[in-house]
Design a protein around this ligand. Sequence first.
Ligand SMILES: Cc1cc2nc3c(=O)[nH]c(=O)nc-3n(C[C@H](O)[C@H](O)[C@H](O)COP(=O)(O)OP(=O)(O)OC[C@H]3O[C@@H](n4cnc5c(N)ncnc54)[C@H](O)[C@@H]3O)c2cc1C
Length: 469
Amino acid sequence: MSEVIKALEAIVGQEDVVLETSVRAQKAVDLYALRLYQKHVGWEATLPQAVVRPKDTDEVSKVLQLCNERGVPVIPYGGGSGVLAGAETRDERTVVIDLARINRLINVDEISLQVTCGAGMLIRDLEAIVQERGFKLGHYPQSMDLAQMGGLVATRSTGQFSTGYGAIEDFLVGLEAVLADGTVVRINNVPRRATGPDLRHLFLGSEGAFAVITEVTVKMFPIPETTWKHAYRVKTMRQGLEIIRLVMKTGIKPAVVRLHDWLECEKPYGAFMEENESLLLFWSEGRKEIAEAEGAIIDEIAKANGAVSAGEKPLDLWYVHRNDAADEYEKYGANGILVDTLEVAADWNVIADIYEKTVERVYYEVPEVVFFSGHSSHSYINGTNIYFQLGAFPPPDVDEAQRVYEAVWGIVVEVALEHGGSMGHHHGVGKHRVRWMEKEHGSSYALMESLKRVFDPNGIMNPGSLIEL
Ligand SMILES: Cc1cc2nc3c(=O)[nH]c(=O)nc-3n(C[C@H](O)[C@H](O)[C@H](O)COP(=O)(O)OP(=O)(O)OC[C@H]3O[C@@H](n4cnc5c(N)ncnc54)[C@H](O)[C@@H]3O)c2cc1C
């Protein structure tokens, strides 16, 4: 047994240094779409040397201190639902730090509406806890059943109700994290402070490359009194995007604002639409008078701009089936289909061009693609995202799958960046988007490099993720 394993056992106990191949294999990968296909055509994972399961912050600190001194790479592992290889092991010396045991409920503050828990708590479980008390988190990623609170912070996630409630950076009020050398740092909860740069943002999106997050405090909200919901048909995505822009310009914030192209609508909502149309979905919630007033504004803008009512039913269908894809996600690869989701963001003045150009180029340039659709699902006063969904049949071979995958990704990133957008709206960087980080950040990229050097001088924190030095 290696010296490192013995030292890890002395910290967390023998039973929580897991060496079994099946567990190491499970924690060697996440839900990186390329691997979900490639593993069925011969790709084999690199296994970490061990998976450690610390029970508290102190044990995380000691594990990091040990690995930092010995130059052993570490990967914090949350729910494993990341889709960009952020938690994928690429070096067999790696020690995976599994956060699942650090999942204690620490405090529910029903006066200031915030809840504190261990970073390893599943968001699904935290939502159930606050719901029992008459509250909701307001953060609903499609991976609700899989993702942990720490993972959501580490990837700068967002959820389906984000247009109203905001994304994780709007919810997170405080945290505890352990730095590479074992130092524990806390950012205390306050509504706001103007005492220098906001240090929470050093951890939001840090993807295990700067620190291990061990505790989070997030906002919660009263369960809404009522819901107003309505769907509208539009002729084109461009028309639908313009209607969303006009709605957002009024300053109202409906909880859900979505626009799906025909490819995404045909099966679930086709009965409510004419062929080749797109569908707008709006959902407001809260106090009855506010939700209804928002509804009236949306209705007026939609109809004045050529949208046709499609009733409430599509919203009911969306709500019931909104997380179905999470159950199916891993199955496609086994059936020879390369499936992925690629999300970009940009200002209103270019977003329709990005959607149209990307779809056109992907179909024209990558013949293996059989399905390439898009929707907008997170809107702001200054712009929105487009979430592309890919289905392709590459030849059943590791390299061929990579070729097709790279071709599609190359187009999506190129079009987004050439229009001044971002290549990533909410899935993070992982080990997949690293190659484009310099282009994405331009002259501020040097700051990212400096941060990595400060946080992780020995280069042990999730090497190859977020940034490669
Ligand atoms: C079907 C499906 C639907 C999805 N829907 C959404 C969605 O709606 N919105 C969205 O934003 N994302 C979505 N995702 C992506 C994914 O769920 C998120 O990125 C999520 O935040 C990952 O959390 P996790 O706990 O599973 O993290 P992991 O996958 O375990 O890790 C992700 C990254 O964060 C790091 N990390 C994890 N925990 C910690 C920690 N405690 N401290 C430091 N670093 C840590 C890891 O090292 C890794 O780099 C979806 C994924 C799938 C498969």
